[in-house]
Design a protein around this ligand. Structure first.
Ligand code: NAG
Ligand code: NAG
Ligand code: NAG
Ligand code: NAG
Ligand code: NAG
Ligand code: NAG
Ligand code: NAG
Ligand code: NAG
Ligand code: NAG
Ligand code: NAG
Ligand code: NAG
Ligand code: NAG
Length: 410
């Protein structure tokens, strides 16, 4: 439970921007509403064809951007692990990278849509079709994209989980799949089949048909969720090492290795992060970048690299990874949250919040300052025309429910 002081602070902050929180989220299903039977799953496994678009659009710093997220590890534990240290030696360590909240699902959701909509749970959340994602930004230049979810039974599977069918141990879980929450993806039979399994990754790699944007989620054993950092980092090194030797994979590629959230809720939500791949200049290997970043930086970086607009949410003015901003001249905000009481460890009002439920979907900004002056995707501006933004999304720092800060004083 939140303390009453926190609730007052949050309500006070939002009084000006967001309609008052209502007291019920009962209209939102807490559990899965899509459970294909095992026979339906097996039949789909045999028939559903994954979709594999290819493209080769030039960018300021890279031609491919991939992310691999592990689970629930505090910064210090990851930093102290020998296999993580080896991976870090191959690239740039981001020593000031933050998650957006707890638990897992809102962080994955944030990396796709630029907001977590107040989500404070791992439920069967669905984001309506009028909310855009990074896919809509990539589509403006036909930049190919995919997700690779280990143990997904078939491309576009919508169920809550797919467990090991012998042991029933956790494998694929919907809560770690960023694009699956969004109806703008799941209601489109082409797009949804770009959410594929790891075996499809092996195929796409072999056929040299890898997409330019991809998100990788290992299963619940490999991602350290049901194991620990020792196991997860060993898996990650074994996954990455052959790829780092693969000239097709490495060609102009940046891979972000990070974690969805830090493990201890009562401390600031900093996670370990590494950038590596063929697009990382040799002289930067083994270096540390201490710029403040967060999961929204992944969207802002992709947008800045390819000259795309913004979603008008927390990606609007998020800091862009230095490997791109140093080439394009985007000025990043300077701040070290290690010295501030900013936690990013809880929810703010929104339709996916249990603690601070509001029935209003947050309205994005239409600010022309977003995306380093490229503004907001025109279809988003049109959809929300005449409505006032719910938060100060032009701030480079997302709203922190505990402190009420979205623009920390320097
Ligand atoms: C994207 O692809 C569509 C369909 O092939 C094409 O009509 C459109 O011109 C392309 N857009 C860009 C920016 O290349
Ligand atoms: C999903 O997880 C539940 C609980 O562990 C399990 O009983 C069920 O078989 C799983 N569903 C699938 C399709 O694997
Ligand atoms: C997770 O994936 C690995 C292969 O990467 C597999 O060996 C393992 O059985 C999977 N975990 C479970 C619990 O099934
Ligand atoms: C998306 O599909 C779901 C499930 O079929 C349906 O309930 C929903 O109305 C659809 N939404 C839109 C915007 O078409
Ligand atoms: C589905 O997505 C594809 C690719 O992003 C897009 O070209 C198409 O218009 C979408 N279809 C619908 C019905 O929205
Ligand atoms: C992770 O688990 C393994 C096996 O249980 C154990 O040997 C190892 O010490 C653990 N690592 C950490 C960091 O706790
Ligand atoms: C990658 O290449 C390096 C140097 O050539 C070599 O030492 C290493 O064993 C290779 N690793 C894999 C996994 O192939
Ligand atoms: C890297 O990409 C460039 C252009 O996109 C291509 O000419 C070159 O052959 C590629 N190299 C490898 C090793 O795939
Ligand atoms: C977030 O961290 C603060 C400071 O340690 C703590 O007071 C608060 O209870 C935490 N919130 C949650 C939801 O754990
Ligand atoms: C979680 O992140 C904070 C920084 O924000 C860091 O000080 C702390 O060490 C991390 N947690 C642990 C237990 O390492
Ligand atoms: C977006 O969809 C949600 C859910 O259907 C609805 O409540 C909201 O009014 C819509 N917003 C706009 C601007 O159409
Ligand atoms: C929103 O954030 C920007 C950037 O930090 C700041 O300049 C501006 O004053 C803020 N606007 C409001 C209304 O707080």
């Amino acid at each position: 439970m939140l303390s009453s002081a926190v609730l007052l602070l949050a309500a006070g902050h939002l009084a000006a921007a967001v309609p008052a929180a209502s007291s019920s989220y009962a209209s939102r299903p807490a559990v899965s509403t899509v459970e294909p039977s095992l026979t339906a799953i097996q039949s789909a496994e045999a028939t559903v064809k994954p979709v594999t678009p290819v493209s080769n659009v030039e960018g300021a710093s890279f031609k491919r951007f991939y992310q691999v997220w592990l689970e629930n590890i505090d910064y210090q534990s990851a930093m102290g692990d020998p296999n993580m240290a080896w991976l870090a030696s191959q690239g740039i360590t981001l020593s000031n990278y933050f998650a957006t909240t707890h638990p897992s699902e809102p962080n994955y959701c944030a990396a796709a849509g630029g907001d977590n909509f107040g989500m404070d749970n791992d439920d069967f959340n669905v984001v309506p079709a009028n909310v855009s994602t990074i896919v809509d930004l990539l589509d403006t230049k036909n930049i190919s994209w995919a997700e690779y979810q280990e143990d997904l039974p078939y491309a576009g599977f919508l169920g809550f989980n797919y467990s090991n069918q012998k042991t029933y141990a956790n494998d694929y879980v919907r809560k770690h799949n960023p694009l699956i929450f969004y109806e703008s993806i799941t209601n489109n039979s082409t797009r949804v089949r770009q959410i594929k399994g790891f075996t499809d990754f092996e195929t796409d790699l072999k056929n040299q048909e890898l997409p330019q944007w991809a998100f990788f989620t290992p299963n619940m054993t490999n991602d350290a969720h049901d194991t620990n950092i020792t196991f997860g980092s060993k898996w990650e090194r074994s996954f990455m090492a052959p790829l780092l030797n693969n000239s097709y994979f490495m060609n102009d590629t940046v891979v972000l290795l990070t974690f969805d959230e830090n493990e201890t809720y009562g401390i600031a939500n900093k996670v370990f992060a590494i950038l590596l791949g063929g697009a990382i200049p040799e002289k930067l290997k083994g270096t540390v970048d201490n710029t403040y970043y967060n999961h929204y930086s992944t969207i802002a970086t992709v947008s800045e690299n390819w000259g795309l607009p913004s979603l008008g949410r927390w990606d609007c003015n998020a800091n862009v990874f230095d490997i791109v901003s140093s080439k394009t001249g985007k000025v990043n905000a300077a701040l070290n949250f290690n010295d501030k009481s900013v936690y990013f460890n809880q929810s703010y009002p929104g339709p996916l919040s249990d603690e601070l439920y509001s029935d209003v979907w947050p309205i994005p900004t239409n600010s022309s300052t977003c995306a380093n002056g490229r503004g907001v995707l025109p279809s988003i501006v049109k959809t929300y025309a005449g409505q006032k933004a719910s938060f100060n999304y032009t701030s480079p720092y997302p709203y922190d429910a505990l402190t009420g800060l979205d623009v920390p004083s320097q």
